[in-house]
Design a binder for this molecule. Structure first.
Ligand SMILES: [Zn+2]
Length: 271
């Protein structure tokens, strides 16, 4: 059976509390042999590390998500440096920018100043996480949503020689993917590639060379067809891999080899 990894899962989410051991078993049975649980704040990062200590197949990424930027401590660096020392913390994140869920996007009464403040905080904690990544020799898991690509690349570019990013849940155009690859970074694809309305993502995937992308679920979100709308879980990388192999016109074995190798190269602490 071809083996795949789930490189972006939120296993600390309450969605998995009821049947966590079974979730892991279903993943293993589907050939999804390594799972990377992504922290969204310090508590969630510590929870991910705890799961990694309990389960041999689980690894952790420690960081602070841009959507919770206002709740972040002024300076994240010292505590992140400590977490990064853990043998199973394989990267920093998830970090990046999100202009899709700014306060003003939900409520037109919010003053533009408030959105500007949130953007500045997002940029500041993104920068801090890139600094820790550069110091500790780890790569970063990057979230970018909404109209923030240029700002994301502007903050990331000075680190490009030292740190690689995975632009996760990638759904942008092939030209954007090319810019990311030029910076030495990579992308990863979710179950969106299986969606009926996911043709633009399949087009980008078709243009992305094997060796430059990884697979992920972003569970509990974004369950692939035929589970769309249900809770997503790591086992569903199997369904994602089948669509990806079709789009790439390669065998599952080839896809397994390429994506696993890319994942080990991106997360050198993954064993
Ligand atoms: Zn995520």
């Amino acid at each position: 059976m071809p083996v795949f990894y789930d490189t972006h899962a939120h296993l600390d989410y309450p969605d998995f509390q009821v049947d966590f051991p079974q979730t892991i078993e279903r993943a293993q049975a589907a050939g999804i042999t390594k799972l990377i649980s992504i922290g969204t704040d310090l508590e969630s990062s510590r929870h991910a590390i705890q799961l990694a200590e309990q389960y041999a197949c689980v690894y952790a990424v420690a960081g602070w998500h841009p959507n919770d930027a206002l709740a972040a401590p002024d300076d994240l660096r010292a505590v992140l440096r400590e977490l990064a020392k853990h043998p199973k913390v394989v990267a920093i994140g998830e970090t990046g920018l999100d202009y899709y869920r700014l306060p003003g996007s939900k409520n037109p009464a919010v003053s533009p100043d408030e959105d500007a403040l949130v953007k500045a905080r997002q940029a500041q904690i993104f920068q801090q996480q890139l600094e820790v990544a550069a110091e500790t020799g780890l790569n970063v898991v990057i979230h970018q949503r909404g109209d923030c690509l240029e700002d994301t690349l502007k903050i990331f570019a000075p680190f490009a020689g030292k740190v690689r990013g995975v632009f996760h849940c990638f759904a942008s155009a092939a030209a954007t993917m090319q810019r990311i690859l030029t910076l030495g970074s990579i992308v990863s694809f979710t179950g969106i590639v299986t969606f009926k309305n996911g043709q633009n993502v399949r087009d980008t995937l078709a243009a992305t060379p094997l060796g430059s992308f990884m697979l992920e679920t972003d569970c509990p979100f974004l369950a692939p067809i035929p589970y769309r709308g249900k809770r997503c879980e790591p086992a569903y990388v199997k369904e994602i891999s089948e669509t990806v192999a079709q789009v790439k016109g390669c065998s599952l074995e080839e896809l397994s080899r390429a994506t696993c190798e890319t994942t080990h190269h991106f997360f050198p602490k993954l064993r």
